[in-house]
Design a protein. Structure first.
Length: 482
């Protein structure tokens, strides 16, 4: 519309000149209209304007100026080509500026992500950072992202966590909240597991998935080639693609391998369920530096967790050690105004274990300790904690458990140990391996500190030993033990 007004204005200007000064110079002043039309409407506009100009000159001079037609056509075509050239230059400039801005945005994302990743070895936080950085407008802009971590034991990919909506409607609701709150990437990293910014249904489905790593499916292909794979249309011959389509309502997605030094760390799956923007090769190229950095960070976090786990475990029995005991005791001990749930403590050791070692040797004694640890674990509930305190002494913490419940669990341990078969136990005074057990609970009025809880259970154990061993005694009151 603006081009038409611009061309019409130039023609009016030419006609005005003719009105005031006559038509003697019309053959040359009409060039203004030709050049203007050529600039506004490119090559076609210049050529059409040349023929219109011939008609205007003919009407004003009553002569058909064929001699100037080639000149008009050249001027119109030249103006059109110049306009087209300038337009292409402008587009190129715009494309370069857009590319530079996108690269700047990506570098900013990588900088923020790198800073956050370097500050933690916690896998949960790393997953949070990775997913947030590839979604939403302040990240790399994908609508949804999901992470699967590889299991070397089962040779499969386990769905861990995802960020984004389950469907299009929820997607628009999420992005509207993000826009209203003007959240930056750092804000989203803090809030993206909030129910306002993710979908519980999506994560529930994702965590139920265990996909085999197979060369014939899309996940195995991405890991074996160590390259991103874009799925533009679902292949019914690949069960994994059909599964993703059916569960997450997506027709197009990309699978980004997370690999560090040849080790399969996992898969990052991205799609655009909301805006349906096609995923391009350039998109996957942009995400690769982040994926490589994420793979390194996740691998290091996994190694750190393994080292931490080793530092909290007894090397012989595999039970938690004293260091872990202090940490868990601090976490679950009732504190007024914070944690009011009771905590029970069971402490026990093997009866006549010194005699056993003297008769059978320490190697066989170690075998007994390892089997005893298995008996203890099998006697407990899933939320209970078992520890080896050293030598033949063991401790169990029972969060949220009152004394009467603890007594039942303690008796279960005692009974299971007595029934179990241990190597060399025939040399014991009773002909079988037994344990003596002491119990204490924080609901007792005399127990107000962690040390008092331990001391109370220890006194109960002392009474169990004094009562003839192979028995369970609960703490009643503190007494002086000489």
């Amino acid at each position: 519309m603006n081009q038409l007004i611009f061309s019409a204005a130039s023609l009016i200007l030419v006609e005005t000149a003719v009105y005031f000064y006559g038509s003697n110079q019309l053959s040359w002043t009409i060039l203004l209209f030709i050049a203007t039309a050529g600039y506004a409407f490119k090559l076609i506009g210049g050529i059409v304007a040349a023929f219109i100009s011939i008609l205007i000159v003919y009407l004003h001079t009553e002569g058909f100026p064929l001699a100037v037609l080639p000149v008009y056509l050249v001027i119109g075509a030249s103006a059109g080509y110049i306009s087209l050239y300038l337009l292409n230059k402008k587009r190129d400039h715009h494309d370069w500026m857009y590319m530079l801005m996108e690269q700047s945005k990506h570098l900013q994302v990588f900088r923020e992500v790198s800073t956050t990743m370097q500050g933690t070895l916690q896998q949960d936080l790393l997953l949070k950072v990775i997913l947030t950085s590839v979604t939403a407008g302040h990240g790399l802009g994908f609508n949804r992202a999901m992470i699967f971590l590889a299991s070397n034991e089962t040779k499969s990919l386990k769905g861990i966590v995802g960020v984004g909506p389950m469907d299009v409607k929820k997607g628009y609701e999420v992005w509207e909240k993000i826009s209203e709150n003007r959240l930056k990437l750092s804000d989203l990293i803090e809030h993206n597991f909030d129910s306002n910014f993710t979908d519980p249904e999506l994560n529930a489905i994702l965590r139920s998935l265990d996909i085999p790593i197979d060369e014939h499916n899309i996940f195995g292909l991405a890991l074996s080639t160590q390259k991103p794979v874009i799925v533009n249309s679902i292949s019914k011959e690949d069960p994994s693609q059909v599964l993703i389509k059916d569960l997450f309502q997506t027709e197009e997605f990309a699978v980004i391998p997370l690999i560090n030094q040849g080790k399969n760390i996992g898969i990052l799956l991205i799609d655009n369920i909301v805006n349906k923007r096609p995923i391009t090769l350039m998109d996957t190229e942009n995400i690769l530096p982040l994926a490589n950095q994420a793979a390194i960070a996740l691998d290091h976090a996994n190694l750190y967790e393994q080292i931490e786990e080793m530092a909290l475990r007894d090397g012989l029995t595999g039970l938690l050690n004293q260091r872990a005991f202090q940490t868990i005791l601090n976490e679950y001990f009732p504190v007024e105004g914070k944690r009011n749930s009771p905590l029970s403590l069971i402490i026990f050791d093997i009866d006549f274990f010194k005699v056993f070692n003297d008769k059978n040797g320490h190697l066989l004694g170690n075998e007994v300790l390892m089997k005893l640890a298995r008996v203890i674990v099998n006697s407990l509930r899933s939320d209970d904690f078992s520890f080896r305190f050293g030598g033949e002494e063991f401790v169990v913490l029972l969060p949220g458990t009152l004394l009467d419940q603890a007594e039942i669990i303690a008796e279960t341990i005692r009974s299971n140990v007595e029934k179990a078969s241990f190597p060399g136990e025939k040399t014991q005074p009773s002909g079988t391996l037994t344990v003596s057990i002491g119990i204490a609970c924080t609901d007792h009025s005399e127990i107000t500190t962690k040390n008092e809880l331990i001391e109370a259970a220890d006194q109960a154990l002392y009474k169990a030993k004094s009562a003839g061993k192979n028995t369970v005694v609960s703490f009643k009151e503190f007494v002086n033990i000489d």
